[in-house]
Structures are given as structure tokens and as C-alpha cells.
Write a protein that binds this ligand. Structure first.
Ligand SMILES: [Zn+2]
Ligand SMILES: [Zn+2]
Ligand SMILES: [Zn+2]
Length: 309
């Protein structure tokens, strides 16, 4: 049993051991104490595995992005990149953070690159040379990360390796300027998404309509799905390609507004009311159903159809 649970100590929300004071209660102090099962052939859970994979896939982009903010004169062109912190409560990053973060990440990735190539890893590995421009930084970070991704399935099946890798890559620190930046710290701080969309379908884990869809950033890579409520992650190749169909319908991301699941797409609104899309449009034109950005307000539809919910 002990070796089939996530080595990172993950637990399942709201699921408790029988000995937990919150066992059998709807609310309590414990967020959940029953451990998450490890992924097949791995010592960490599916969620940690997918987080690791995603962080490594984004290593080049985030390091390149950080370098281009640190020194705009050395910037590469990052088309359609939106820089936005997903932690607005944190103070704005200062120049020292940018240098520290990109250096820490490159140092850790290079150590792993040497390690998986069977080389002896020195005690101190240099970070990025001063003046490295964003494009070079991107290449250095991503080629190291790709070397790790290639053997990821082996690394996650070795207790020492996986714990060290998780500590350097996905462990999140709570300080605004961590002593050592992990990839996850940097990705939380500087996020970039091309054309992010909200999926119309709910999250398979928490059932909230808060899954963001990210189209493939490079040709030949997978679309990615991530729930902003519970942290569920997948890409379009996972689980036999199941999610590509599940999240086919997307809606544009509102201007920073939290996703309001009661704003339905025309198709969803018509389905909900069991009328045609033409009828739904006419209701909207008559002002019976409020619309915003091409979406239809579910409470108005309920009122119109006499549905008390
Ligand atoms: Zn508990
Ligand atoms: Zn885990
Ligand atoms: Zn979720």
C-alpha cells in the first residue's frame, strides 16, 4: 500500500481516514487526509506527474519570457504572449527576481540534463551568462528540459529521483521572492497563454465550469486543459484522447472576469430551454433573456421557461 500512494504526500480533497476528526462530516478543519493513489508505473499521483510534465514543457518559454522582461533590449519576439500574474496579491517582481528566477531554473535544469546524460554533476552549475538574450535563454532551458522529459517516465519511478525532481520543478514556495525559484514558482508569477479559452464542459474532478483550454503552442504538441478551481490537468493525448472531445466547445475568455457558468453559449442556452437557437435569439432580441459577449443568461431562461432552478 505505502508504495502506491503519491510520494509528494498529496491528499484527495474532502476524503478522510476513519480516524480523522472530520471523518463523515461535511465541513471541518481537515482539507482531506486520505492519500492520492500513485499513477501506474510511477511513485507520484497523476496530478503531480502532469504538473511536472507541463512545467518542463513550458521551461523554455518561461525562461525566455523572464529574460525578455529583464532586458527588453535583448528581447525575442514572443507573439501573442500575454504576461499576467496569476497571483495579483504578490508585489510586482523586481529586476533581481527576474535574474534570480531565470538563473535558478536554468541551473536546476542543467544539473538534471547532466544527470540524465550520466555525467558527473558539479556542486555548482553556472546559470545564464549576463547579457544572454531571450532566444538563447529559451533554447538553453528548453533543450535541458527536453532531455529530462525524454526520461521522465523512468525518473518518476525512482523514489530519490522523483522527490528531487519535484522539489526543483513543481514545489511552490509561499514567499514572493523565494530563496530558490522552482519552475512552478516562475510559472505562477509569469504566465503566458495564447488565446486561452474557457471550456464549456465542466471539470471531470470538481464539476465546476472552470477549465481553461490552451491550444497547442507549437506544431505537433497537444492541446492542454487545466481546471482553475481544483488544479486538474490533462492534455489532448491523455487517457486515450478522451479530453479533446469532452472540451471541444469553448468560449472566449472574458476580460479578466471570473468565469460565470450561468452565461451559456447559444447552443447550450437553446439546449437548456429545449428550444431552437432561432427562438433563443428572438427571446434575446425581445429583451426576455439578457446577453453578454454572445452568451445568454441562464436565470432569465429559467424564468422564461418556468423552471424554478
Ligand atoms: Zn481528514
Ligand atoms: Zn501528488
Ligand atoms: Zn476542477
Amino acid at each position: 500500500m505505502a508504495d502506491r500512494i503519491c510520494a509528494c504526500g498529496c491528499t484527495v480533497p474532502d476524503v478522510h481516514y476513519a480516524t480523522c476528526p472530520d471523518f463523515g462530516k461535511d465541513e471541518g478543519d481537515c482539507m482531506g487526509c486520505a492519500p492520492r493513489e500513485a499513477r501506474d508505473g510511477a511513485l507520484i499521483c497523476e496530478r503531480c506527474y502532469r504538473t511536472l510534465r507541463r512545467c518542463l514543457e513550458d521551461a523554455g518559454d518561461v525562461v525566455g519570457l523572464i529574460r525578455s522582461i529583464a532586458d527588453p533590449s535583448k528581447a525575442a519576439r514572443y507573439d501573442a504572449v500575454r504576461v499576467q500574474s496569476s497571483r495579483p496579491d504578490l508585489p510586482a517582481p523586481v529586476a533581481a527576481d527576474l535574474v534570480d528566477a531565470s538563473d535558478d531554473i536554468v541551473r536546476v535544469l542543467r544539473m538534471w540534463e547532466m544527470h540524465v546524460a550520466g555525467e558527473v554533476v558539479p556542486d555548482s552549475v553556472p546559470g545564464l551568462p549576463a547579457g544572454t538574450w531571450a532566444g538563447e535563454a529559451h533554447t538553453i532551458a528548453q533543450s535541458a528540459a527536453d532531455a529530462v522529459l525524454e526520461v521522465l517516465d523512468e525518473l518518476v519511478n525512482d523514489r530519490d529521483e522523483v522527490l528531487a525532481l519535484c522539489a526543483g520543478v513543481i514545489e511552490r514556495h509561499t514567499e514572493s521572492s523565494p530563496a530558490v525559484w522552482s519552475l512552478a514558482d516562475a510559472l505562477t508569477r509569469w504566465s503566458f497563454e495564447d488565446r486561452p479559452r474557457w471550456a464549456d464542459a465542466p471539470c471531470p474532478d470538481c464539476d465546476m465550469k472552470t477549465v481553461r483550454v490552451q491550444p497547442p503552442r507549437r506544431r505537433g504538441t497537444a492541446s492542454r486543459y487545466g481546471c482553475t478551481s481544483c488544479g486538474w490537468l490533462a492534455n489532448s493525448d491523455d487517457d486515450g484522447g478522451l479530453w479533446a472531445a469532452h472540451f471541444r466547445e469553448e468560449v472566449p475568455l472574458g476580460e479578466g472576469a471570473p468565469h460565470e457558468p450561468r452565461w451559456l453559449t447559444l447552443a447550450a442556452a437553446a439546449r437548456h430551454a429545449r428550444v431552437t437557437t432561432g427562438t433563443m435569439r428572438r427571446w434575446a432580441e425581445k429583451g426576455l433573456v439578457a446577453t453578454k459577449d454572445g452568451r445568454y443568461w441562464q436565470p432569465d431562461i429559467n424564468e422564461k421557461t418556468g423552471d424554478a432552478a
